[in-house]
Design a protein around this ligand. Structure first.
Ligand code: SF4
Length: 210
């Protein structure tokens, strides 16, 4: 059975051939294939991960979306579900995993902690949102979000994929690849390497004033 959404409007297909013949665009069939076979990376950070695990189990059944194959390697994953509290100790590893995922790749921030720090926002050891370091495509609110909420977020990822075009996709453009996100440095506190020049300038100013 040919999925109805693949048939482009404007082309008349005889009723007797509608289950065998489809007339569509390259973008539609390419995005349909990609959106129906998203492979999330298998990792979880805190309590939200339990809800993510429930979502993959039989009651909610991620297999309906072609997403049941959670990969244990970033090299084989195209969706990172950040499910739980992002600590300063963990963010360097998360960024490294993100950099190791091949394009096209997507990030879903699951829950209040991953989206903005949640109940630990001002905590000494917590990053107030994973989007401070990696780009997030979809945010799912809640503490924790229910499996239904996560499924809705996953459908939003599918919607985003279906709206993309081969012509403008960033991973098919000529030129150098997008720069990797620099891995944060964990010392006495977390340092974002993109802000080192700024930190140095503030320090120099303070030294002059002293
Ligand atoms: S958002 Fe709530 S449930 Fe999810 S990791 Fe944070 S504290 Fe736990």
């Amino acid at each position: 059975m040919v999925p109805a959404e693949l048939n482009s409007p404007g082309y008349e297909i005889p009723p007797e051939a509608r289950n065998q013949v489809v007339i569509t665009t390259l973008d539609r069939i390419y995005n349909w294939g990609r959106s129906a076979s998203v492979w999330p990376m298998m990792f979880g950070l805190a309590c939200c991960a339990i809800e993510m695990i429930c979502t993959a189990a039989s009651r909610f059944d991620l297999a309906r979306f072609g997403m049941e194959i959670m990969r244990p390697s970033p090299r084989q994953s195209d969706l990172m579900i950040v499910s739980g509290t992002v600590t300063k100790k963990m963010i360097p590893i998360i960024v490294r995993l993100y950099n190791q995922m091949p394009e096209p790749k997507y990030v879903l921030a699951m829950g209040a902690c991953a989206s903005g720090g949640g109940p630990f926002k001002e905590g000494y050891n917590v990053v107030s949102g994973v989007d401070k370091f990696i780009p997030v495509d979809v945010y799912v609110p809640g503490c924790p979000p229910t499996p239904q909420a996560l499924l809705y977020g996953l459908m939003k990822i599918q919607e985003k994929i279906r709206g993309e075009s081969i012509k403008s996709a960033r991973w098919y453009q000529k030129g150098p690849d997008a720069a990797e996100t620099p891995i944060p440095l964990l010392g006495p506190d977390l340092i974002d390497p993109r802000k080192i020049e700024f930190i140095k300038s503030v320090q120099a100013k303070r030294n002059q004033e002293a």
